[in-house]
Structures are given as structure tokens and as C-alpha cells.
Design a protein around this ligand. Structure first.
Ligand SMILES: *[C@@H]1O[C@H](CO)[C@@H](O)[C@H](O)[C@H]1NC(C)=O
Ligand SMILES: *[C@@H]1O[C@H](CO)[C@@H](O)[C@H](O)[C@H]1NC(C)=O
Length: 286
């Protein structure tokens, strides 16, 4: 009997230790998920990375975003880099950007005392472009970026989880996901729902939209236009409890169909081997 009682606390301790060791990724507050405001909070969608480059001594933004997937790695569309070939030197990412017009190095506070940490700017050490990337069709437009140093995890900087292994074969069509990113014509971080549709309906609705292999497309709830590389994410649920967000895709293209925005995304699931072989300590959960 004593032994039986002895085992239980030990198991509890072990499971607490493994929980404590589990790296943090994709954290959210369930009440914030449902809010559809003019902005997302700085502490929501903390993995968004804005990609910048130096041209001479001037820092410029590429107009592309990426997703932080570990302390050292960011996923981004490959065409965000290739088109600057020869012009850009020293690419970097800014993590934790909330207001894209703000000076990157100042803590910014609103009149009500609400303050946002300045973004972390980190230079890129390496850019791995997918070996079968096709610049003409944007097929396989995916790059794994390696940062020159670890990102510091804060309230507004955290990696997104990779797709859970039990969702590997699940279709992305007919689902509701969340698109999060910076918008082309507004300053603050934002998010909206996306209802995904079949490729055939997508192609019939918008012939110009990029719908190559390994893409999924869907209608946005809000008619906002986001930068390429914005994240499409899903919610991982265990025992009826939402656990974390995981990365579904990266925004590639969008178009207007009868006053609604139809967007297409690169599905990152088929690229897991490429992603794994080019990144450190990726966060994959079961
Ligand atoms: C870099 O700067 C030069 C000179 O100002 C400009 O002509 C060129 O278009 C810039 N290139 C990029 C990719 O921003
Ligand atoms: C974003 O930052 C700019 C520059 O500091 C500021 O003028 C603007 O009011 C800010 N936008 C919002 C919506 O807070």
C-alpha cells in the first residue's frame, strides 16, 4: 500500500517537470480571441516578425512579415528576399511590432498609461530558400531565416507552435482560422477570421489569385489588407480546453471579390522536413 501511495506523488512531480520544460509557443487568452476590434493587443500573435533590410545606411521595410517559430528561426515567403537580390544588404527582423509607424527604439506609452515595449531588432545570419522555389509562379515560396542571436521572450515576443502531428492529414478546406498581421493601410497589429474554401471555388471566384500547389484560400471576415507573410493560425484543443495557436500558413496573395477579400496562403504542413532541417529547437507538440 505504501508503495502505491508513494508512486502517485512521484508521477505528479514528473508530469509537472515535463510540463515546466515544455517550451512556450502560441499562447493566447481565450477571451481575446473572440474580440474583433480595430487592433489586436500587443500580447496577441506575439510571433509576428517584420522584415527589414539595409540599403546603404537606410533601413527599409520589405513590406513582408514572417512568423517566429523558435528563438532562432523565422518562416517567411521566399519572394520577400529574392526580389531584393543585389540591392539589399543585411536583412533583419523586428519582433514585437505593434504600431508600424512607431520609432523602433522607444518604449511607447498612451495617455492612459498603457505602454508597449520597443520591438527587438535582430539581424539575420542565414536565409534558406526552398530548393524548389519558382520565382515566376511563386511555387514553394518559403524561406527559413536564422537569426544572429536568440529572440528574448517577452509579453509581446513568443514563437508560434508548429502544426500538431495529429492534424497532419486533416484537410484545411472548410475550416475557420485566424489571420493575424500588420495591415498595408493601418498602423496597428490586427487579426480577422478566415473561412477556407476549395481550390476550385477559389479559382472560379478569382482567376488572378495565386493558388499554386500547397496553398489554401479563404474569405476574410474583415476587409483589411495584410502584408504577405502574415500568419494563418489555428487553435489546438486538448480535452475541450484550447491550448495554443499553431501555424497553418503564410499569406501569399489577396484579391477583392464583390467587395470581400479572398486571400491565399502557403500551407506550411508539406514543408516540415525542409523547416526541420533548417531550424534549431523547433516547437512541435502532440
Ligand atoms: C537603394 O537605394 C538606391 C539609392 O537611393 C535606390 O536607387 C534603390 O532603388 C534602392 N533599392 C532598394 C531595393 O530599396
Ligand atoms: C502610431 O505611431 C505614430 C508615430 O508615433 C503615431 O503618430 C500614431 O498616432 C500611432 N497610431 C496609433 C493608432 O496609435
Amino acid at each position: 500500500m505504501h508503495r502505491v501511495y508513494g508512486i502517485i506523488p512521484l508521477l505528479l512531480i514528473i508530469s509537472q517537470l515535463t510540463n515546466a520544460k515544455e517550451p512556450e509557443c502560441g499562447q493566447f487568452r481565450e477571451d481575446q480571441v473572440l474580440k474583433q476590434d480595430d487592433y489586436a493587443f500587443p500580447s496577441e500573435h506575439q510571433w509576428l516578425a517584420r522584415i527589414t533590410y539595409l540599403n546603404g545606411s537606410k533601413e527599409k521595410t520589405t513590406g513582408c512579415l514572417g512568423a517566429l517559430i523558435s528563438k532562432r528561426n523565422v518562416l517567411a515567403p521566399a519572394h520577400c528576399f529574392v526580389r531584393y537580390n543585389g540591392h539589399a544588404e543585411a536583412f533583419a527582423v523586428q519582433l514585437g511590432v505593434w504600431n508600424k509607424s512607431r520609432n523602433a527604439y522607444e518604449v511607447s506609452c498612451e495617455s492612459d498609461g498603457f505602454c508597449v515595449l520597443p520591438p527587438q531588432e535582430i539581424k539575420l545570419a542565414e536565409i534558406a530558400i526552398h530548393p524548389e522555389y519558382d520565382a515566376l509562379t511563386l511555387k514553394n515560396s518559403l524561406a527559413v531565416l536564422t537569426l544572429a542571436r536568440d529572440a528574448k521572450l517577452t509579453a509581446s515576443v513568443m514563437p508560434i507552435c508548429m502544426p500538431p502531428l495529429d492534424l497532419v492529414d486533416k484537410s484545411l478546406v472548410g475550416q475557420i482560422f485566424i489571420l493575424a498581421g500588420l495591415r498595408t493601410n493601418k498602423e496597428l497589429k490586427h487579426k480577422t477570421w478566415v473561412n477556407t474554401i476549395s481550390t476550385s471555388l477559389c479559382q472560379n471566384s478569382a482567376k488572378s489569385l495565386v493558388t499554386r500547389i500547397n496553398t489554401v484560400c479563404g474569405y476574410q471576415e474583415k476587409d483589411q489588407t495584410y502584408y504577405p507573410g502574415s500568419s494563418l493560425v489555428g487553435i489546438q484543443v486538448r480535452n475541450d480546453v484550447p491550448q495554443n495557436y499553431y501555424l497553418v500558413g503564410l499569406l501569399h496573395d489577396w484579391t477583392n471579390v464583390d467587395g470581400r477579400i479572398l486571400s491565399s496562403f502557403l500551407n506550411i504542413q508539406p514543408y516540415m522536413n525542409f523547416i526541420r532541417s533548417n531550424s534549431d529547437s523547433l516547437i512541435e507538440r502532440h
